[in-house]
Unconditional design. Structure first.
Length: 329
């Protein structure tokens, strides 16, 4: 058995190889079928237009060999990169903010210690690329600068694109457009979205909302890492990438679909909790196991389990939650 997965992550000691092999042999069939369809769709001209067909294809997963390209196109990162030639390199050559550089350096060794490609001994060591992307981004978006959590996202982007400049523009697409205000110093967007999830759970899974309230467990406590790291280190790599496929195309509401599906699917299990630490523990448990490993069936469920979820509903909830947070501030 391979101790290291295709992305360079070491598998934990308790990794269940048997059930993973069983899943992957089935998933491989799906991947092969999808790859043929994608090749036909792209037919050598390497571009796609947004359409219902493309959206359907993306929901069923982008083959790894096309992933960087499709993310670049559908997120708008490709257009931005083409309209700003040389911009990324100019950021790296320009004056640097020492505090930002220090903050990024501090997090280098903390980023994916379990990934062999990010080790100092690796050749090439991806820490260099990661450092460049984060420093460039901090100077590009001064309002955000650098915030913990961004290192994991940039790291994943580098693993998939194998390209610094593309990773930079994808990071910009995520932080600048797709995720509203998650990484600004006050993290207002992030706090808002955690409250929005709470409201959605009240509407769709009221028993869980009631349990949380009764024991005084805040949503921030159990889901902030889900949102900050976009499920990195929470869910299996393959599943995270499938979520990101949709995130780049459909935007931030995918985050709510995933969170609601995890909670709804494990509602009975969560409701067994009888106290505060117990609830927190249950929320850690529900992100493990075959349900989340089987990324293909999991992705089908995120579009059916939570029921309808319109952007209008989310925006309305965001407005009221944001106002509430600001009035408490």
């Amino acid at each position: 058995f391979c101790r290291v997965d295709p992305y360079g992550f070491e598998r934990p000691d308790d990794f269940d190889y048997a059930s993973y092999e069983a899943f992957f042999s089935r998933y491989l069939v799906v991947l092969t079928r999808r790859a043929i369809k994608w090749s036909k769709l792209l037919k050598g001209n390497n571009s796609v237009q947004k359409s219902l067909k493309v959206k359907r294809y993306i929901r069923k997963g982008i083959p790894n060999e096309h992933r960087a390209l499709i993310w670049m196109i559908v997120s708008g990162a490709q257009t931005n990169m083409e309209q700003n030639p040389g911009y990324y390199h100019r950021l790296l050559e320009g004056e640097k903010n020492d505090k930002l550089v220090e903050a990024v350096k501090t997090d280098m060794n903390r980023t994916f210690p379990d990934n062999v490609k990010f080790r100092k001994t690796a050749d090439p060591c991806l820490q260099h690329a990661l450092y460049n992307v984060l420093v460039a981004y901090g100077h590009h978006n001064k309002a955000v600068g650098y915030c913990q959590g961004m290192n994991f996202i940039a790291g994943y982007l580098i693993l998939i694109t194998k390209n610094e400049e593309e990773s930079f523009w994808l990071l910009d697409a995520l932080i600048g457009r797709i995720l509203p205000d998650y990484y600004s110093p006050a993290m207002l967007g992030l706090k808002t979205d955690q409250e929005v999830l709470g409201e959605l759970v009240k509407m769709k899974i009221p028993a869980v909302a009631e349990l949380m309230e009764r024991h005084g467990v805040t949503w921030t406590l159990v889901v902030s890492r889900w949102f900050i790291c976009l499920f990195i280190d929470i869910l299996p790599v393959e599943t995270v990438l499938r979520i990101w496929d949709c995130l780049f195309y459909e935007g931030s509401k995918i985050m709510f679909r995933v969170a609601l599906t995890l909670i709804k699917q494990h509602q009975a299990f969560i409701l067994e909790a009888t106290n505060f630490p117990d609830i927190c523990d249950k929320f850690k448990q529900i992100t493990k196991g075959t349900f989340v490993t089987e990324c293909h069936s999991f992705m089908q469920k995120i579009f059916t389990d939570p029921g309808s979820l319109s952007m209008a509903t989310i925006n309305k909830l965001r407005e009221t939650c944001r106002e509430k947070l600001l009035s408490q501030g």
